[in-house]
Design a protein around this ligand. Structure first.
Ligand code: AMP
Ligand code: MG
Length: 429
């Protein structure tokens, strides 16, 4: 079951839409940045709560400026923070000096910017006409009292945090971070503190995945390294299914010791794809294990029986990815496929993957047939963004990936892309 990139991505998005987040917790607003909102936030009053001046200048009646220059009597000053019911309403022939953010006095219908005025004693001369409403935000124009400002599922970025602050929400309900199990496989892989033999490889995938999981809003749960031996592998996979999502790396290629798919098949796991026409990351696996609503359904219960018992998704049903072991493939396939599942488990509203564009610095030639996501450097300044591939030794080259800051996205049907073409890029953090 090898899908095109778009089919595979679509498959993941469809399954992600079946997921629901876990519990919620209450956090101080200050600690809520980056988390996913679990409650709607509404306006506690109109925003702005009064007609607000957007300029320093004079509050006037627009009709008083039909003849220019107009000379009006300054009857007072309104600072930001002054009560909206200022001492007296504005009469024809009068002006209030007013500051940015201050409430418009009754009777005024426009603000003339200070640049178009000159003060002579208690009289102000105005040299520019104003349309009614000029330089004023009407009461409630940004939001009406009780209207929805933020929905459940919003990631709390600085704007969402500011909006919550503006309506007095000092504490917010957010979803608990999903727990994402990470299981690295391979006899040659050793952990960082162990003595390393000449043919052994240090485990880097668990750490890159942990970083990506944290960045995407999940809590990584690192399992011990699994050997290429089915019994221990199965034990650790079982442990992994205690988390909300299981990410395995390695052991999904075609080699004799690539046992992940075999063990998952023994466990009656369904797989939705066992490869995608991409590079890096072709042998990526996506699937689900169904355990049914009652604990009597064990690993050996046929999937047919579980499905018959509970056709819709159950809390004990768990999704998994078998990500290819090559470190760059692991990182790229996490971004392309695992991230949307993690985001759905974290309660985030789904979003589509979209790419930015930059001008290609030097020609690219590739063999067609696979959609490529190749490490590249995005540079240039302002409107002039340029991109070029980093030279690399293939999908094991972590150093090349660390020199890159984006992926160039090459459609599967392209063979040659000339320098100067605007090309899709996927920025990396
Ligand atoms: P595999 O997918 O198991 O065939 O592994 C592909 C390549 O990735 C091999 O060269 C592995 O040594 C390497 N690899 C697998 N797992 C890891 C890991 N956790 N950290 C670093 N390299 C790995
Ligand atoms: Mg391996």
């Amino acid at each position: 079951m090898i899908l095109t990139f778009e089919e595979a991505r679509r498959m993941v998005e469809d399954h992600a839409s079946l997921l629901s987040p876990g519990d919620y917790e209450t956090l101080d607003l200050l600690h809520s940045a980056g988390r996913i909102l679990a409650e709607p936030v509404t306006a506690d009053r109109d925003i702005p709560p009064f007609p607000r001046s957007t300029r320093d200048g004079y509050a006037i009646r627009a009709a008083d400026l039909n003849q220019l220059p107009a000379k009006l009597t300054v009857v007072g000053e309104i600072k930001a923070g002054s009560t909206p019911t200022h001492p007296q309403p504005l009469n024809s022939g009068e002006a209030f000096s007013i500051m940015t953010g201050a409430p418009l006095p009754e009777g005024a219908d426009a603000i003339v910017m200070i640049e178009y005025t000159s003060l002579h004693g208690d009289r102000v001369a105005i040299t520019k006409a104003a349309a009614p409403g000029e330089n004023i935000v009407p009461q409630g124009a940004e939001a009406k009292r009780d209207s929805f400002l933020l929905d459940r599922g919003t990631r709390l970025n600085e704007a969402a945090v500011a909006l919550a602050a503006s309506v007095g929400k000092s504490r917010l309900q957010v979803f608990v971070r999903p727990r994402i199990a990470v299981l690295t496989t391979g006899d040659e892989i050793v952990d960082l503190d162990a003595e390393i033999g000449p043919a052994q490889i240090r485990n880097s995938n668990s750490y890159s995945l942990a970083a990506q999981i944290q960045q995407a809003g999940g809590e990584p749960v690192l399992l011990p390294i699994a050997p290429d031996e089915p019994r221990r592998l199965r034990e650790l996979i079982e442990q992994g299914f205690q988390s909300d999502l299981l990410l395995m790396t390695g052991g999904v290629s075609m080699g004799r010791y690539d046992l992940v798919e075999q063990v998952l098949a023994e466990m009656q796991a369904e797989s939705f794809f066992t490869g995608a026409k991409i590079q890096p990351g072709r042998p990526v696996v996506f699937g689900r294990i169904r355990r049914g609503p009652d604990c009597s359904c064990g690993a050996d219960t046929p999937v047919r029986e579980i499905l018959a018992a509970s056709p819709s998704l159950n809390k004990s049903d768990k999704y998994f990815f078998g990500l290819p072991g090559n470190p760059v493939s692991t990182m790229v396939t996490f971004e392309l496929f695992a991230r949307p599942m993690l985001e759905a488990l974290s309660g985030m509203r789904p979003r589509q993957l979209s790419f930015l564009h930059a001008r290609l610095k030097s020609e690219i030639r590739v063999k067609p047939g696979l959609k490529r996501f190749l490490p590249a450097i995005l540079s240039g300044q302002y409107e002039d963004s340029e991109v070029e591939l980093v030279s690399w030794q293939g999908s094991g080259d972590i150093a090349a990936r660390s020199r890159s800051n984006c992926l160039i996205v090459i459609p599967a049907d392209r063979e040659q892309i000339p320098a100067g073409e605007w090309i899709a890029v996927m920025p990396l953090r």
